[in-house]
Design a protein around this ligand. Sequence first.
Ligand code: GDG
Length: 465
Amino acid sequence: MSRLIAVSNRVAQPTGNLKSAGGLAIGILAALQDHGGVWFGWNGKTTSGETGEPHIRQVGNITYATIDLNETAFEKYYNGFSNTSLWPVCHYLLGYFRYDRREYDEYRRVNTTFARKLLPLLQPDDIIWVHDYHLIPLASELRRAGVDNPIGFFLHVPFPDIEMLRVLPVYTQLLRCLCAYDVVGFHTPRDLAAFNEAVSQEEIGGLLKANRRNGDQTQCVDADVFPIGIDVDSCYALATDGRQSDNTQRMIHHLHDRNLIIGVDRLDYSKGLEERFCAVERLFRSYPENRGQVSFIQIAPKTRAGIRAYGDIRHALEQKAGQINGEFADIDWVPIRYLNRAFDRATLMEFFHEAKVGLVTPIRDGMNLVAKEFVAAQNPEDPGALVLSRLAGAAHELTDAVLVNPYDIDGVADGIQRALTMPLGERRERYAGMIEVLRRNDITAWRTRFVDALLRARARMASGA
Ligand code: GDG
């Protein structure tokens, strides 16, 4: 069996419980635990000097190979180009967009560093799977260094329409870099269509061909849809194994048999949290029967603390939660509990299991694993209902959720009310539809389909096709 080399900006700590890991790390770890392999990337430490040799650590069937990064390079590559240029463009949020050529140059340099440090670890039979927007140029760099293993790229965030992409002065370079991969994967058919549209633009078509590994070949990169999934049984087992955490017991005690609405998101402006808080406020205003009867818990661990917009949203949410609680709270009831910290995974699944409504309303999201985890953690006999943004990739699969437009505050409030009052029969039917999709497109299917595409790419190369 070929070794699978997964490469991502950040590698999760082998011994950590992934409390602060995002969806990408959850997905990669599950895929690697399934298949075995190497996980290469940044270890979360910055230094004032040059990047040293990778630190190697074996845990179970996974080899962790991690590097540190120079602090100035990190600032420009990560906080700068990756998260202040690419992230807002991919999420159609130009209010947060900024471009600086020096940051892009550093982004390219860090990708070169990744390639240089990965190179000595590679073996001829390896297949390489690169993850996300931080590392778009990595295949070009590896090819330049003579690597001819199959290399795939998976984009965890949305691929924007070409008109949005054009906001980036370097978009043609990035498209050309994407076409140095053998396989490029997206979450949804919409992302794939946007990518195909972008590369089919005439000016990029020419660049594409020139960039292929064999300059004389004109075959196109194999681009396809690989919706990321979850390990359904493990979510359910964590939710129901009877070892209820202290946090869950306390939460249930304070709930006093009220209905629980739950939201869990990294603290990110793309997750639509301000709009969501407004919708919960509107729920208590438009449907006053919920006052004293329903509690909303929002868990939002901090991320990307080095970027100002992320501090701003934190303050805005603290203010909004305070205002809503100030207006509606009673002696024995608080409408919103806003918890700005991470919980362990088992506790999250237990919270999902207890909740009557899962509230997942990003204003744009590649997929959204929380939506899937919420459904997986439900009691099949008496499941809670999912209220899901149409602008999340997950809405392509979870069509049995109560779908809402996250900008439509009244619409989301109506959606929550619908979920709160949904008859058991309808909840069961919707749950059955969603769990069927989750099982079909689970984490194993995601990994298997992508690895198979890489193996096919290798077979094509071997046959010279
Ligand atoms: C990116 C894309 C795409 C959250 N809080 C805690 C915690 N989490 C876990 C969740 C879930 C993961 O983090 C978040 O995944 P999402 O998919 O919802 O969102 P992103 O982090 O933005 O992920 C996204 C994903 O990559 C995969 O391709 O779906 O669109 O943006 O697993 O449960 N985990 C723990 N404590 C927390 O407090 N333990």
